[in-house]
Design a protein around this ligand. Sequence first.
Ligand SMILES: Nc1nc2c(c(=O)[nH]1)N[C@H]1C(S)=C(S)[C@@H](COP(=O)(O)O)O[C@H]1N2
Ligand SMILES: [Mo]
Length: 398
Amino acid sequence: MFGLILLVGIPIVAITGLVSYAAYNPRLPGNDTTPERGWLGFYLFDWPTNPAWLYRVTQGVHVILGLTLVAVLLAKLWSVIPKLFAWPPARSLAEAVERASLLLLVGGVVFEFVTGILNIQLFYVFPFSFYPAHLYGAWIFLAAFAVHVAFKLPKMVRSLRSRRLLDELRTGLDGTRPEPPDPDGLVPPAPEAPTMSRRGLLAFVGGASLITLGLSVGQTLDGPLRRTALLAPHGRAYGPDPNDFQVNKAAAAMSIDPADTGPDWRLELAGPRPTYLSRAQLLAMRLHTYALPIACVEGWSTEQTWTGVRLADLARLAGAAPGTVEVFVESLERGGAFGQASLSTGQVADPRSLLALRVNGADLSLDHGYPARIMVPNAPGVHNTKWVRKLSFHPATA
Ligand SMILES: Nc1nc2c(c(=O)[nH]1)N[C@H]1C(S)=C(S)[C@@H](COP(=O)(O)O)O[C@H]1N2
Ligand SMILES: [Mo]
């Protein structure tokens, strides 16, 4: 049962994870700096701006489903723990291959879950960069997963056929009997009397999964349900102020010097016609308002109403034709991985893509990116750069 649940759930987590990689537009300059990624940098398509909520859904599923599967994964590993101590480790070549793949399978899945959970808890204790490690780890794990499924699928089907779920759900502790001896040696030769029924185990693990789901999903659904997200690391309720919604990295945490965001701040537009604009000049341009979500790679998301200047209008002002140019965005942060991102031609050209100046009718707060921030429909949150300093429009990179 646990294998079956993981067989359905893990591919969904894996696919939404690889979709998230594509959503970063890894082809564009600076977006994926993983060294020598070669064919591991594989992805299928350029990330669209429509529908605006798509990344919210795919990344919400990736994180929340991953968390929900933790209990199932632990139970599955527990159920095969005698295998860890099997001696000799392999009796045939086929078994040696299978067991080597298990090392990558179990090591891979533990690595992916541990790094993923540490990341969404903002607990960067590992001595490597999350993004390439989680991606490389995923490919190693997926290869081992494919081998494991090929070896074990027939056995899973046989095991599921050997019992009727309804009968098991009717059987309490009194009627619970040990498994018959199996060729894999997972069943103890002289089992103790059972202390838990099979339905009890299913209820225990299923209950743990549902509790994790229930205490996490509110951070993705947002609105009043955010209050239920007890496991979310970012706090659950924000006040009535227009700027009171989740902040990922506060200005102080990113060493933004408030002096840099004051009246002397200028937006630099690089392109065929370099231009500098003050915030007052930007506010005097044609402003547009759209409800757009911030959907963080960490799984939380929130929709707010943003007002600002179209990126397409800024491109034209810099002498570039929207539809033919990408933009490289730089923030007041110096160095670091967060303060910059490349946006694709489609993202620049979408009329809802804004350099936002206001949110929910108020000026942006410093923590939400004052004086100006990027808001692009369906982009991963990390590409909605705050405290923008410079936009460089350049012809599309092939
Ligand atoms: N310059 C800069 N922009 C940034 C970040 C950052 O650390 N520095 N964090 C990004 C991430 S990861 C997310 S999810 C969003 C969050 O926006 P918010 O803090 O306004 O909610 O901002 C993005 N923009
Ligand atoms: Mo994020």
